[in-house]
Design a protein. Structure first.
Length: 81
């Protein structure tokens, strides 16, 4: 189930992902990372997702980074492996 959610997001067209990240990035980015943790078991990914939810400035910075990596690499990559 977790893989299906992140895979569905990743399969969206780039423009749709960028719009979603710009509008709902403060929710999508941390939830994406938390769900991604269950796929990869990478603790850094989980910690980043939780910090994004708890500390708004961390969420804002990583949200901007997510938009940039989405535009340049086609997916969320920073602390999401």
């Amino acid at each position: 189930l977790m893989e299906n959610i992140t895979a569905k997001f990743e399969s969206l067209p780039m423009w749709a992902k960028v719009v979603l990240l710009l509008v709902l990035g403060t929710l999508i980015s941390p939830i994406y990372r938390i769900l991604r943790y269950f796929e990869t078991k990478n603790t850094k990914t989980l910690v980043a997702g939780i910090l994004m939810l708890v500390i708004p400035c961390v969420g804002a910075v990583l949200g901007i980074v997510d938009v940039v990596t989405e535009l340049t690499q086609g997916k969320i990559t920073v602390l999401a492996d």
